[in-house]
Structure formats: C-alpha cells, structure tokens
Write a protein that binds this ligand. Structure first.
Ligand code: JFZ
Length: 434
C-alpha cells in the first residue's frame, strides 16, 4: 500500500512552465563538460579507486590531508569549457566515496577539512554565473563511507570496514539536508545529476531490476522542484525515466545503442536526452590511461548525439594539482574551433529526422536540414537518404556554399558528391526545404 501511495504521488508531478522552458534551453545546448574531481584524483587510478583497491574508510579518509590543488583556477576551467563550445558544466559535488566538495554542515568529510580549505562548488558556481554558463551538480545516491547508507544490500562498497546495517531513513534525511544546501547557497542550479541508484539493483540486462531498498526518490525530487522549480532532474539509473525526472541520460552510449551493456532503456520521446562519454577510458584522473579519443572521434560522437536528439556531456578528470591535462585541453580547443565554424548545424537543432545511416545523420533547424556525412569514402559518388517528408528546394555545402546536385523521389533522396569538396571529419550538406 505504501508503495502504491508513493507512486501515485510521484505520478502527479507536473513540471512548471519555467521547468518546461529550462528543458527546451537544455536540449538546445547540445554540448556540456562533465568534471570528475576530488581526493579520488590523488592516486591517479580513477574515481573508483576506493572500491577497486578495497581501501577501508579509515585509510581512505587520509586522502583528505593531501587534497591541496594549488594550481586550481575556476575561471580557467569555465573559460576552457566555453571556448570548447560547451553550454553547461556538470560538476561532481559528491561521488560514491562520499566526499563533499563544498562547505557542508552535514559531514566532516568535506573540502573545508583539507589543506585547500576552499569551497570548490562555490568557486565554480560563482564563475559559471559570472561567465554565463549553466551549472549542473552530480550527486551520488550511493555512499561507500557512511554507516547509515544501506551498504549491506549494495552491490559495491563491501570492503570498507563498515559494520552492521544501514539506516535509510537517516541517510535520506542526510541527502535532503545536503541537497537543500546545494540548492540554496549556490544560486541558480540548472540541474541535479543523480547516480548510484543501480547499487541497489541487479546488474543491467537482468530481468528484475527492482531496487532492494525503497529509495523514496519522489521525496527527493519533490524537495528539489520545490526549492528550484526550474532545476532539471536526471538519474543515471539506466532505466526508463521515473516520474519527476526532467531529462533522460545514457552512459557511454548513443540513445538507442547499447554498446556499453548499460543502456537497455528505450530513448524517451518526451524528455530531453543526454549521453556522457570519457576522453580516454576513465572518468576520474588516471595516470596510466593514455587511450585518448581523437578530435575526430569526439566530433563524430557529438554529431551522432545531435542526430539522435541528444546532448553530449564530455568528461574530464582534472589532476590533483587542479590542472586539466594538456591532452584534454588541446582536444577541447580543437572541438571548439570546429564548433565555431559548424555550431549552427548542432546547437538548437532537432535530430531523428531519418534513422541514423551508414554515412551519418541529419540535424534540422527551421527550414534547413543539415546532412552530416561522417563516413564517406573518396570514391563514393552519391549517398541515399530515405523518407524525407519535406520538399527540397536547393542544396549546397555548408562550408563554402557550393551547389550540390540532388534527386528527390518518394522513396528517398540521392545527394551527389561529385565535384564537392569533402572533409575528413564531417562534410555538411545543407538542404533548404519548403
Ligand atoms: C557511474 C559512476 O559509477 C562512475 O564513477 C561515473 O561517475 C559515471 C558517470 O557514472 O557509472 C556507473 C554506473 C553504473 C554502473 C557502473 C558505473 N553499474 O551499473 O555497474
């Protein structure tokens, strides 16, 4: 009965007009910066180091004494994101290790008790507001250090030296207190990005994914929407969106793909979509992970996301000194350069005009369709796109504006590539439609 009551309550969530407006702004943004940073960055072995190396709470807490990023410059991070063409930043405020990156009253495991002694969330929030970029906050529901987190039913965090059982009522109150701080003391927060729900469910791909605890998310979501109605809620639970959520996210997958084995959920037709990916194979700083994705690969990911109506949240794991490694800085600069020239075909566009094709995707804005040719070889003389509903009036290359030949029939459209200058990253053909 209790479950029924909670569900009914949650089902009645009606987004406010300003929330709906914020969703629209968000889906026009298309590109954001994800930042995984904290004491977990110090060992240089990713943000899961505590769990992966079976570090106890007692030993892990020692990292707090070493967090002193003397080269950290919030203004530099924010302007780096802006120059990369990113429209928002999603910052880790508290990851699974339970460390709070802000001046919180509710846990002593926080940034003010490091030698750095400065509120990182505040420094970044102020800078985002100053430079006019939206700020989303990542908040983990899973906690590897607190005694009251229901660790005994969790899938991870079994080696932390915690005893007894969690107390979810107490832990839930703690999260509400912390979220109240985050949504009260840092100005406008564009969204909250939840993670860790999956710790209480069977793995992705299994049939019964019902959680082993009642998370009572409706209470958390209700609080957030009460404090800041515009604030968008997303949850990395890898399931169909729950009532109260304002956008749907995919981890390391384009919507509709399931290469990571984490994305069995169907893309929502109503909510804005977002997919997150890493620069190498790590979210948090990893000193041995040099498998950097190329500029071209990441631009393709961005275009492929836009073509499927999704935002791309690209991650960096800054170093313990507060700097972002030069490889990432370079890549972001190059993507920014590409977006300066081609952003018109990405920002504010709609995707899913046609099914993604072997050659690429289409994005649309007003009376223009942008055909992104991501994979065409030198000797291909035409591409074929199925079922375009609108009548094409003219076609030209987006770069340079030279005329492109086409033949539209009711089965689809041929676009001829002979004589046009192709580009190794993305050849964009603009179709003007009636
Ligand atoms: C989560 C985090 O665990 C990870 O550290 C990072 O923050 C990423 C963006 O989000 O990734 C997941 C999510 C789910 C599982 C594993 C990692 N899972 O279901 O095993």
């Amino acid at each position: 009965v209790l479950f029924f009551v909670t569900n009914v309550k949650a089902q009645t969530y009606t987004p406010t007009l300003e929330n709906l407006k914020a969703r629209e702004v968000f889906s026009n943004d298309r590109f954001g910066l994800f930042i995984h940073w904290g004491p977990f960055s110090i060992p240089g072995d990713g943000e899961w180091v505590m769990n992966n190396r079976n570090i106890t709470v007692k030993n892990y807490r020692r990292l707090m004494d070493f967090f002193n990023p003397i080269d950290f410059d919030a203004a530099a991070w924010v302007s780096m994101a802006k120059n990369a063409g990113m429209k928002y930043i999603t910052l880790i405020t508290r990851h699974h290790d339970g460390f709070s990156m802000w001046n919180t009253k509710y846990s002593d495991f926080n940034i003010m008790n490091t030698p750095f002694k400065k509120d990182v969330v505040k420094l970044i929030a102020d800078e985002c507001h100053k430079q006019g970029i939206q700020l989303f906050l990542y908040y983990s529901l899973l906690d590897w250090t607190r005694e009251d987190y229901p660790h005994e039913t969790g899938r991870t965090g079994q080696h932390t030296g915690r005893k007894g059982k969690g107390d979810y009522a107490s832990y839930l109150q703690f999260m509400k207190n912390q979220l109240t701080e985050l949504l009260t003391n840092y100005g406008t927060i564009a969204g909250i990005w939840f993670d860790g729900y999956w710790d209480q469910t069977a793995p992705e791909g299994t049939v019964d994914r019902s959680p082993r605890i009642n998370w009572r998310l409706d209470e958390i979501y209700g609080l957030i929407h009460k404090l800041q109605p515009r604030c968008l809620i997303g949850n990395n639970h890898h399931l169909t969106p729950f009532p109260g959520e304002d956008f749907q996210m995919f981890e390391k997958d384009l919507p509709g793909q399931n290469r990571s084995g984490l994305s069995f959920q169907q893309p929502s037709q109503q909510l804005p979509l977002e997919t997150c990916e890493t620069m190498n194979n790590s979210w948090g700083f990893n000193i041995t992970d040099t498998s950097y994705k190329s500029v071209k690969e990441l631009i393709h990911y961005l275009v492929n996301a836009a073509g499927r109506n999704a935002n791309f949240l690209l991650n960096v794991g800054p170093m313990p000194n507060g700097k972002i490694q030069p490889e990432f800085v370079y890549t972001l600069q190059e993507i920014g350069q590409w977006l300066k020239e081609n952003g018109k075909t990405i920002y504010g566009t709609k995707g899913n005009i046609v099914e993604p094709q072997k050659w690429g995707v289409i994005t649309a804005e007003n009376k223009k369709l942008y055909v992104h040719l991501l994979n065409v070889t030198e000797n291909e003389t035409y591409i074929f796109t199925p079922d375009l509903k609108e009548k094409i009036i003219s076609a030209s290359t987006f770069a340079g504006g030279s005329k492109v030949k086409f033949k539209q029939m009711h089965e689809g459209t041929f676009i001829y590539l002979d004589g046009i200058k192709t580009n190794d990253t993305d050849t964009i053909v603009q179709l003007n439609i009636q």
